[in-house]
Design a protein around this ligand. Structure first.
Ligand SMILES: Nc1ncnc2c1ncn2[C@@H]1O[C@H](COP(=O)(O)OP(=O)(O)OP(=O)(O)O)[C@@H](O)[C@H]1O
Ligand SMILES: [Mg+2]
Length: 290
C-alpha cells in the first residue's frame, strides 16, 4: 500500500489549532452514510474533509470508501496495491477491518480504501446471504475503536449504497447549490424511508450540507433558501463555499485542511465538524469538552 508523504506533525498542528471538541468514549461508533445519488455534489469531498476535521478535534475516524471510483482513497493519498485487501474484501468477508484499514497522514484518521475491483462487488453481492446487511454486520463487530465511521457512497442507490444505509445511524446529504438539486433529494428521502421501514429502523437524515456555494450567484442563494424551507433545521448552518483550494487538494492526495488550512473551504469544513459534533451530542446526549 503506497501512502503520500506522511507527516503526522501536520495533523497534530491542526489538532492543537482547534483544540479538543469531542470526547472519545467507549460508545459504539456513529456511522454516517455520506449519500446522494446525484453525481459530483461533494460527497467524497465532504467525507474526506469532515473526517479530517473531526479527527483534528480528537475523534477517531474511519472513512470507508464504498465507491468503485475510489476518489476518497486517492484523495487521501492512498494507492492500494493489487493484492492489498480493500473495503470490498470486508463486505464479502474475505478480510477483517483491521486488515483493510490504512492510516492517513492525519492522526486518528483511517481509511478503508477501495479500488476499481469494488465494481464487481455489486454483482457478487446479489447472491450473497444477508446481502443488505454485509457492511452493517462487519462494522457492528469490528468498528468499535472508532468514534465516527463516514461511508463515502457511490452516486447511485444500488446495493452498495443500500449496505451503507442499512449500516448507518444517519445520512449526511451533500446538496450542491444548483438547479434541480432539491428534486434529486426527494428520491433519496423516499429511499431512506423505505430502508428505515424494511431494514434499519434507526435510520434518519442526519443533516444536509450545502456545498459549492457561490455567493455571487443568485441561484445558489435561492437553492439554499429553498432547502431550508423544505428541510428546516436538518440543513446545517455551515455552507461550504466553492473554493479552488478544495478542488486542488485531492490531486495532492491531501484533505484541504492539510493542503491549505486557512482557506475558506478548510475553515468551512472545520465549522461543519463542530456542528456535526453538536448535533450528535443532542441526538445521543454525549458530553462535549470544548
Ligand atoms: N467546495 C468545493 N469547491 C470547489 N470544488 C469542489 C468543492 N467540493 C467539491 N468540489 C469538486 O467538485 C467535484 C465533485 O466533488 P466530489 O468528488 O466530492 O463529488 P461526489 O458527490 O463525491 O462525486 P461522485 O458522485 O462522482 O462520487 C470534484 O472535482 C471536487 O474537487
Ligand atoms: Mg464521490
Amino acid at each position: 500500500m503506497l501512502k503520500s508523504d506522511a507527516t503526522p506533525e501536520n495533523g497534530s498542528k491542526i489538532q492543537k489549532a482547534w483544540g479538543r471538541l469531542s470526547g472519545s468514549s467507549d460508545r459504539p461508533p456513529r456511522i454516517l452514510a455520506v449519500a446522494n445519488q446525484k453525481g459530483g455534489v461533494g460527497k467524497t469531498t465532504t467525507a474526506i474533509n469532515l473526517g479530517t476535521a473531526l479527527a483534528a478535534v480528537g475523534s477517531r475516524v474511519l472513512i470507508l470508501d464504498l465507491d468503485p471510483q475510489a476518489n476518497a482513497t486517492t484523495g487521501l493519498g492512498i494507492v492500494p496495491g493489487p493484492h492489498d485487501p480493500i473495503a470490498y474484501d470486508l463486505i464479502i468477508g474475505d478480510a477483517t477491518l483491521a486488515e483493510v484499514v490504512v492510516e492517513t497522514e492525519v492522526p486518528d484518521l483511517h481509511v478503508a480504501p477501495t479500488s476499481m475491483h469494488l465494481s464487481g462487488a455489486e454483482i457478487e453481492l446479489v447472491r450473497a446471504p444477508r446481502r443488505e446487511y454485509r457492511l452493517a454486520d462487519a462494522l457492528r463487530e469490528q468498528a468499535g475503536g472508532y468514534d465516527y465511521v463516514l461511508v463515502d457512497c457511490p452516486p447511485a442507490l444500488g446495493l452498495l449504497t443500500l449496505n451503507a444505509l442499512v449500516a448507518a445511524d444517519g445520512v449526511l446529504v451533500p446538496l450542491q447549490c444548483e438547479y434541480y438539486a432539491l428534486e434529486g433529494i426527494s428520491h433519496l428521502v423516499r429511499t431512506v424511508k423505505r430502508v428505515k421501514s424494511s431494514f434499519n429502523k434507526n435510520l434518519d437524515i442526519q443533516g444536509i450540507v450545502l456545498t459549492m456555494h457561490d455567493k455571487r450567484n443568485r441561484l445558489c442563494g435561492m437553492v439554499a433558501e429553498d432547502a431550508r424551507k423544505c428541510f428546516g433545521s436538518k440543513v446545517y448552518e455551515t455552507i461550504i463555499p466553492r473554493n479552488v483550494r478544495v478542488s486542488e487538494a485531492p490531486s495532492h492526495g491531501k484533505p484541504v485542511l492539510l493542503y491549505d488550512l486557512r482557506c475558506a473551504g478548510a475553515m468551512a469544513y472545520a465549522r461543519l465538524a463542530r456542528e456535526v459534533i453538536l448535533r450528535e451530542s443532542e441526538i445521543i446526549g454525549m458530553s462535549i469538552h470544548q
